[in-house]
Design a protein around this ligand. Structure first.
Ligand code: TYM
Length: 326
């Protein structure tokens, strides 16, 4: 089986965008591949985090992986800071990466524009991500479209490293969903749905209560055309809701458009709100149950043990190749 790797930052509660863009694939791909899924808490501290909240979010995100269907018997689930090889390798990668390459990253540009103070970690962030992926020799990385640029950086790094130090590293390919690689804000169909959006009406978090879900979907932006159509140019907001509906129901967009022909937005939104709320309900009760049990701690320490083994082997190979073992 080929290896896949992915991670989510515990910098907020994941949204249905994170689910549709990435976490849904975690579940779908785990039978076919040897999967490793990480809670990337070291990435999260590139912007200020409250320590108590970060601890909670870290556990909650791991619980969400499991509640969404990642099976710890099939996949390795672990927390990044439990495996020191990530930070160790990031240093080596930083020393092999040009400053200009990092300054070009749009995520860095966006986040540094939003934050008053910019720390060095925000800039070197992608080198930590490159390390995450190469440590597990991942052939595929399931992520949303906003990670394309980081994936290109990873692929370029692997090429450069392999030609300079010998072909040790695996060059990864991105896996993004056909429809849903970029779920947009419910309040602004030109910007990405984000778990750290200052306006909570823009996103649906995976832990939102049913009545919150209903409120947010009812107040989601639409347009004045009054007809459920898939047209990203002229009806971006409705098209976004259709993508969400399609991903959670398994119905195709064409089917949905036909189903709501002549029905207007009211019924469509009511049905979508029901769908989202009833999708989230069993997941939330599983998360709450896991959060208060010792099982989660056991799964994560088992995961860290397994991940460390692979990660340490790769790190040793890389250190030997660059001359750090003597
Ligand atoms: P993060 O935590 O921002 O997002 C987690 C995953 O969700 C995807 N995503 C979306 N997909 C569709 N629509 C959206 N609106 C949306 N918003 C986010 C992201 O693309 C991502 O797949 N750098 C990564 C975390 C990371 C990682 C890695 C991923 C660190 N190391 C190694 C893969 C492999 C990030 O910030 O994801």
């Amino acid at each position: 089986k080929e290896n896949i790797f992915s991670g989510v930052q515990p910098s907020g509660i994941p949204t249905i965008g994170n689910y549709i863009g990435a976490m849904k694939s975690f579940v779908d791909l785990q039978d076919q591949y040897n999967a490793t899924y990480c809670v990337v808490n070291q990435h999260a501290i590139t912007v200020p985090q409250d320590p108590e909240k970060l601890r909670k979010m870290t556990r909650q995100l791991a619980a969400l992986y499991i509640a969404l269907g990642v099976d710890p018997k099939k996949s390795t689930i672990f927390v990044q800071s439990d495996v020191p090889a990530h930070a160790q390798l990031a240093w080596i990668i930083q020393c092999l990466t040009g400053l200009g390459e990092l300054e070009r990253m749009t995520q860095f540009k966006d986040k540094s524009a939003k934050n008053e103070t910019v720390n060095a970690g925000l800039l070197t962030y992608p080198t930590l991500m490159v390390g995450d992926i190469v440590l597990y020799k991942a052939k595929y990385v399931p992520v949303g479209e906003d990670q394309k640029q980081h994936m290109e950086l990873t692929r370029n790094f692997v090429d450069r490293f392999n030609s300079r130090f010998g072909g040790i590293l695996v060059k990864p390919d991105i896996i993004t969903p056909k429809e849903g690689g970029r779920i947009m804000s419910l309040q602004d169909p030109t910007s990405k749905m984000s778990k750290s959006d200052s306006n909570p009406k823009g996103f649906i978090s995976l832990m939102d209560e049913p009545k919150t879900v209903v409120k947010k979907i009812k107040s989601a932006m639409t347009d004045s055309l009054g007809q459920v159509n898939y047209d990203k140019e002229n009806q971006a907001a409705i098209s976004n809701l259709l993508v969400i509906y399609s991903n959670l129901s398994g119905q195709s967009i064409d089917q949905l458009v036909a189903q709501y022909d002549g029905k207007g937005y009211g019924q469509f939104k009511t049905d979508l709100a029901d769908l989202v709320a009833s999708f989230l309900e069993p997941i939330q009760s599983k998360v709450n149950q896991l959060m208060s049990s010792s099982d989660l701690t056991d799964i994560l320490s088992e995961g860290a043990k397994k991940a460390s083994q692979t990660a340490n082997e790769t790190l040793a190979e890389i250190e030997a190749a660059v001359g750090l073992r003597y």
